[in-house]
Design a protein around this ligand. Structure first.
Ligand SMILES: NC(=O)c1ccc[n+]([C@@H]2O[C@H](COP(=O)([O-])OP(=O)(O)OC[C@H]3O[C@@H](n4cnc5c(N)ncnc54)[C@H](O)[C@@H]3O)[C@@H](O)[C@H]2O)c1
Length: 266
């Protein structure tokens, strides 16, 4: 008979990013920063690419996990800047193993009135910017020969319209990312690089807080959509992020994971 005494550590070792290097866009705040914290806590060094600067405390918190964390002021839409920064990250960190693309913008405009500047800007940041960073990181990963994991951040609203906002071009810019993961997964699999995305529902971040300040009814409306009657917290995406970034998902590629508090399941 086996004894009931437990000697092994009760954890699944695959769920770790120990010794990996992550490039995280939009990591200065919001979901991007929550992803940086989760990565640092699970042992990855983090390079934040953002147009906005993270606070010193935010960087220090990442370093308190005993990993390297640096900020690189980068506009993800600028092809030259992106290539240069990714090269610099490789020089300073040694590798790129994980790329999380969380930089994004959203502007509420009814379809009939959506401006060409909103259309161009949203596609530029959310779709082209994510493409360019992923491409630069994948070029590095494919040369390194140690595989990699690329994660895009799409959205629930690329699956279904939200009755709460008028964001057609935003939804389309993110649906494009979900369209991108399968062909990228196919082309990059021979290099051991996996490509997946996360589609969050309504999460409480700086972006949504700002929208809520302009229109307090919005937060109530977002909350009502969820089966839990509340918006999601950024840290509630940590588990899925580490699953996709780590070896725990080594047989998973070309997939989107919808984390929406039940909004799409009524
Ligand atoms: N908050 C939500 O409910 C929600 C839901 C689904 C998807 N998302 C997506 O998650 C991501 C993060 O959202 P958030 O709510 O944390 O937003 P946020 O506005 O709080 O953070 C976005 C970050 O992206 C950066 N950024 C914007 N344009 C950039 C550019 N051109 N180059 C580099 N960095 C740039 C900003 O400076 C900021 O730090 C976005 O892609 C968003 O579309 C958010």
């Amino acid at each position: 008979m086996a004894s009931n005494s437990v000697t092994a550590k009760r954890t699944i070792a695959d769920f770790t990013c120990e010794g990996k290097v992550a490039v995280v866009t939009g990591g200065a705040r919001g979901l991007g920063y929550a992803f940086c914290e989760a990565l640092a806590e699970s042992g990855a060094s983090v390079a934040i690419l953002d147009i906005g600067q993270p606070s010193d405390e935010a960087l220090e918190k990442l370093r308190s996990f005993g990993v390297k964390a640096e900020f690189y002021k980068t506009n993800v839409c600028d092809e030259e800047q992106v290539a240069k920064v990714v090269d610099q990250v490789v020089k300073e960190f040694g590798y790129v193993d994980i790329n999380v693309n969380a930089a994004g913008i959203v502007k509420d405009e009814p379809f009939l009135e959506t401006s060409i500047s909103n259309i161009r800007r949203t596609l530029d940041v959310n779709t082209i910017g994510a493409y360019l960073v992923a491409q630069s990181c994948a070029r590095v990963m494919s040369k390194q020969g140690r595989g990699g994991s690329i994660i895009f951040v799409a959205t629930l609203t690329s699956y279904q319209a939200t009755p709460v906002q008028n964001i057609s071009i935003y939804a389309a810019s993110k649906a494009a990312l979900r369209g991108l993961i399968k062909p990228m997964a196919m082309e990059l699999a021979p290099h051991g690089i996996r490509v997946n995305s996360i589609s969050p529902g309504y999460m409480m971040t700086d972006m949504t807080k700002m929208l809520g300040e302009q229109n307090p009814e919005l937060i109530k409306a977002f909350s009502k959509e969820s089966m839990f009657g509340r918006m999601g917290k950024p840290e509630e995406l940590r588990g899925v992020l580490i699953f996709l970034a780590s070896g725990a998902s080594s047989y998973m590629t070309g997939q989107d994971v919808l984390v929406d508090g039940g909004v799409s399941s009524w």
